[in-house]
Design a protein. Structure first.
Lengths: 173, 331
């Protein structure tokens, strides 16, 4: 009997945690997108007011924003400073590859991140501002969608996890 | 001091696209040692220049055959420009407007491409089609032979001097070494160091990178980097109290006015100008007027006859008396 009860508790706990993780992913996505927007704002400040070279600007952003979003900038900057002849796009993509698992972003969000690689440092100040502003706008839309999904799915995921576990236990019993 | 070969490998190659880097890095030392320029032109062969010669570069090194030469691609140029700008084209706008970029070590990279004009002035260069790496060389001692002729032993000052030579004749190298010698002090002349101000409009004399001189211009030298000559000379006079002002390639009206001010407040001026003879210089409106008014007490003529920086003649400005001649020797 004790075995059955502990098994049932374990199943319910496992499905609840699964549901909780799923809801946490929605929460995380919102946070990452907000951090990305903040990072782009910081980058624009560096460009506008001090014309900081890209690697230094990235390091400064990486130090102010925690991983994984800060890690994207920090890792890309480190690659740039290694003098291996890589392009900014290659460094950025490599940093995305290293951090993408922790970002909890959708494929569309990742495409936006990838597009940033084609922009970094490749135009004059005005061009850079315009291109970053465009990506910021798209990220804001993505953030809006992520917030709606988060509000809609957070409780559902948690309850579904719990109820799914209870249903499974009842079915097995 | 590092050999030029090592300088190219360590300071120049790091700013080149990987494919170009792999070609340059494996060139023989003797070829690198005499290299003056490395030219990258879109869809054209990679060419290396030295005084009086050039060589195509192929994947296996220098080659006499145009067919075997490596053809520079758009991607090579794009990647190289990205590395030179430290991935930040927006931070190099001002330099690009002037047609060149400076990299650590004081080496300059000339840029050609499509010039974008806005409100009648150059905004930037886009679609870069050529890059020219000019290797900065410091020849320590280049000014030792000249300096005794430029020094007024009685007054303990440097004469107002104009250095004249055709392009690539060694003017800048001489100015740089004179700055170093005057600034550090010259034992043989019994002369302590003097405060030197360099107005380096094209970042050639001191080879500044982010404002810091990369070449040895002496311990008592202040450099106004990328600063227009006329404004720079006035700034120097107002706040840096130089005893000697050194500047490159004068020729505009406003340069002359600023030099006049410097001369009147007792600051010695050493400047340079393009030209191959005194007659040629005299025919130029602004410089001709300066010579007519005897602003310069010494005229130094250089040429390429025995390589860049060959000292041809030193002339006393007012009376035109030759003080030194390559054929006849010194006073």
């Amino acid at each position: 009997m004790y075995l059955k009860i502990s098994g049932a508790v374990l199943i319910i706990l496992a499905t609840y945690l699964y549901g909780h993780n799923l809801s946490f992913m929605y929460y995380n996505r919102v946070r990452r997108l907000e951090e990305l927007l903040m990072a782009l704002e910081m980058f624009l400040t560096e460009v506008n007011y001090s014309l900081t070279p890209l690697p230094q600007a990235f390091i400064s952003i990486g130090e102010k924003i925690s991983r994984p979003v800060g890690g994207l900038f920090f890792d890309a900057a480190k690659l740039m400073q290694q003098n291996r002849g890589l392009s900014a796009c290659e460094c950025w993509r490599s940093a995305i590859k290293k951090n993408y698992r922790d970002l909890d972003l959708t494929r569309n969000n990742m495409d936006l991140l990838d597009r940033l690689g084609l922009i970094w440092g490749r135009s004059d100040k005005n061009g850079q501002q315009r291109q970053i502003a465009l990506i910021q706008e798209l990220l804001r839309q993505a953030l809006g969608e992520a917030q709606v999904k988060h509000q809609k799915n957070e409780k559902i995921c948690k309850y579904l996890g719990l109820l799914g576990g209870i249903t499974l236990v009842l079915f097995l019993l | 001091m590092q050999s030029i070969g090592n300088v190219i490998k360590k300071q120049i190659c790091t700013f080149m696209a990987p494919r170009l880097r792999s070609i340059i890095e494996f060139l023989p030392q003797d070829l690198l040692a005499k290299t003056e320029e490395i030219r990258l032109r879109h869809s054209r062969p990679l060419i290396l220049y030295w005084a009086g010669g050039e060589s195509y570069l192929g994947k296996r090194g220098p080659t006499p055959s145009l067919r075997e030469a490596y053809t520079v691609t758009g991607e090579d140029l794009e990647r190289t420009l990205e590395l030179i700008c430290s991935y930040s084209l927006y931070a190099c706008e001002e330099e690009l407007r002037g047609g060149y970029l400076t990299i650590p070590g004081g080496h300059r990279v000339g840029v050609a491409g499509r010039v974008v004009i806005e409100s009648g002035s150059i905004k930037t260069i886009s679609n870069v089609s050529s890059l020219n790496f000019r290797i900065a060389r410091q020849i320590l001692g280049a000014g030792e032979k000249v300096l005794p002729f430029l020094f007024d032993r009685h007054a303990g000052r440097i004469y107002h001097t104009l250095v004249i030579s055709p392009p690539q004749g060694g003017k800048t190298t001489l100015l740089r070494d004179l700055a170093r010698l005057i600034s550090n002090g010259v034992g043989i002349l019994g002369q302590g160091g003097q405060k030197v101000g360099i107005v380096d409009e094209r970042s050639e004399i001191a080879g500044c990178f982010q404002g810091v001189p990369q070449l040895d211009v002496g311990i008592r030298t202040d450099v106004l980097d990328a600063c227009p000559k006329a404004e720079g000379i006035m700034m120097m006079l107002r706040s840096l109290s130089p005893q000697v002002i050194i500047t490159d390639e004068i020729g505009r009206d406003e340069d002359v006015r600023a030099l006049e001010d410097a001369v009147h407040v007792g600051v010695s001026v050493i400047a340079s100008a393009h030209g191959s003879s005194l007659d040629e210089i005299c025919r130029r409106p602004v410089l001709g007027l300066m010579l007519e008014n005897n602003y310069f007490e010494r005229l130094v003529f250089l040429s390429n006859s025995k390589g860049p920086g060959t000292l041809e003649m030193i002339v006393e400005g007012e009376r035109g008396l030759p003080l030194y001649s390559a054929r006849g020797g010194g006073e």
